[in-house]
Write a protein that binds this ligand. Structure first.
Ligand code: MN
Length: 496
């Protein structure tokens, strides 16, 4: 994906009490840690060392500078020494960027034979970071706390997860989601408060007439279509009668025309995601299928039937997972295999599943679609890769947003020669009955962001930054405790 380069600022707190020599050593240690984090593959962003902070004015100025820097996606903060935390109130109460509190220590092992009070006074994050943590809690600072030595692989992995989320959060601020038409009529879960969403998550959602998209599609030139059809033949196993000279080649050309027009429309508007609805296609000859699949593969968020929350979530998850193995797609829990030996969910959609989750080369086919009353749409057909994955759903409960994460185990998809859509097959954790019951009690949608790249840790970091409720359904979930957690959350957030 083409993402704007982002930085994480490495911020170290101290005070003047220790004298210049100690502060020089602190700065030297911090520089080494920042450089090491910058070089770590786990963090997909630049890590920038910021000069030591030792007084309230410098702290406030740094936070204001962070807020106004488009490149700054967040701050990693650490107290190498004791930094009296009232100095941080003025800065942190103004800070609008994500924070990760790295509770680490420069030295890993204590030098037992040589340790003296100078060493003790230099290496005192153990109590300096407790003073910081107290103030963070006191002012309600949302943050991630990562504990351990800065070279510990698990610490790097956790910092990296947060840095990915901070980068994706930055991408979401000011992001525009384009909604062609409105919601699928009478559907509840895809509705929601777009004003609250913008205030909470930073992305905006606005509607456009599908006629404007149809006009962009009609402006596409034939040579562009020729070129794109050649790309299709290179990248996919194209059904024989769709190929050039084939009986149904015109269907493929129409799919290419829709892709080119949709891409132009989204590029011109600077959109990062979009929704369609099969109930509002006036002027388009096919429901966009292949076009949506290929745009998702390029990093656009997508939600069907007007589902703008899932479109934004899919975009966010794609940025989080960028460069990691495993893809991310719009998904729908479609139908079940209720074999008592191992119940499974077959996930699919009418057309719009992203080929980044495909196992092997997708097949490009055309089939009738019994819904929408349009011409037969072209689409990519494939099986999703087996392995660990998750489904995430963002729902609007009317007075708050809830993020629900369900960890799943994707399995090999058996041959289904008559099913003309892309599909994934998975087992739900902790088991089918409890996992699905938890999802339904939580009010999770039938649409999700499905990912083999994004983890529960990423999504919990996201919920913390956004300040929203998050519920996790995984191997540890106990349905009775899960339902109690929701009751407790209702008393925290109110029932509206
Ligand atoms: Mn749907």
């Amino acid at each position: 994906m083409k993402l704007d380069p982002k930085e994480i600022w490495f911020v170290t707190g101290s005070q003047h009490l220790y004298g210049d020599e100690t502060l020089r050593t602190v700065a030297d240690h911090s520089t080494k840690i920042a450089r090491s984090l910058n070089d770590a593959d786990e963090l997909p962003v630049r890590v920038v060392y910021k000069p030591l902070l030792t007084d309230p004015d410098a702290i406030r100025n740094l936070c204001i500078e962070a807020n106004s820097s488009p490149a700054c996606a967040g701050l990693i903060v650490w107290m190498h020494t004791f930094s009296p935390a009232k100095m941080w109130i003025g800065g942190l109460t103004r800070l609008a960027k994500p924070v990760c509190h790295l509770h680490t220590q420069f030295n890993r092992d204590l030098p037992w034979a040589s340790i003296d009070m100078d060493f003790m006074n230099l290496n005192q994050a153990a109590h300096g970071d407790r003073e910081a943590g107290h103030l963070h809690t006191r002012i309600g600072l949302r943050r991630k706390v990562v504990v351990g030595h800065w070279q510990d692989p698990e610490v790097l992995q956790r910092l990296g997860a947060w840095a990915r989320v901070a980068r994706a959060w930055s991408d979401l601020q000011g992001a525009k989601i384009c909604r062609f038409g409105d919601n699928m009529r009478e559907v509840s879960v895809t509705e929601g408060d777009k004003v609250s969403a913008e205030a909470t998550f930073g992305f905006s959602v606005n509607g456009y007439g599908v006629g404007d998209l149809a006009a962009a599609v009609s402006r596409v030139c034939e040579p562009q279509i020729d070129d794109l059809c050649s790309v299709y033949e290179r990248e996919y196993a194209v059904q024989a009668d769709l190929k050039k000279g084939g009986r149904r080649h015109d269907s493929l050309r129409e799919g290419a025309r829709i892709e080119l027009g949709l891409r132009d429309f989204l590029d011109e508007g600077g959109f990062k995601g979009f929704t369609t609805t099969f109930e509002d296609l006036h002027g388009l000859r096919q429901l966009p299928g292949l076009a949506v699949q290929r745009l998702m593969a390029d990093g656009y968020g997508f939600g069907a039937e007007g589902d703008w929350k899932t479109a934004a979530l899919v975009r966010f998850m794609k940025v989080v997972g960028d460069g990691l193995p495993g893809g991310t797609s719009f998904m729908e829990d479609y139908t079940y295999n209720l074999d008592p030996a191992g119940p499974q969910v077959l996930g699919a959609h009418m057309l719009e599943v992203c080929p980044t989750i495909a196992k092997g080369k997708p097949s490009l086919e055309v089939h009738p679609l019994g819904i929408g009353g349009k011409e037969d749409p072209v689409r990519l057909v494939f099986d999703a890769k087996p392995g660990k994955a998750l489904n995430a759903s963002l729902v609007d409960l009317g007075h708050r947003f809830r993020l629900i994460v369900s960890e799943v185990k994707a399995v090999e998809v058996p041959p289904m020669p008559k099913l003309p859509v892309a599909r994934a097959l998975w087992e739900v954790l902790p088991n089918f009955k409890d996992g699905v019951a938890a999802w339904i009690y939580a009010g999770g949608a039938h649409h999700t962001g499905y990912s083999a790249a994004v983890t529960t840790e990423h999504l919990l970091d996201f919920a913390e930054i956004a300040g929203i409720e998050a519920l996790v359904i995984d191997a540890e979930t106990d349905l009775r405790e899960f339902r109690n957690e929701m009751r407790w959350n209702d008393s925290t957030y109110g029932r509206g």
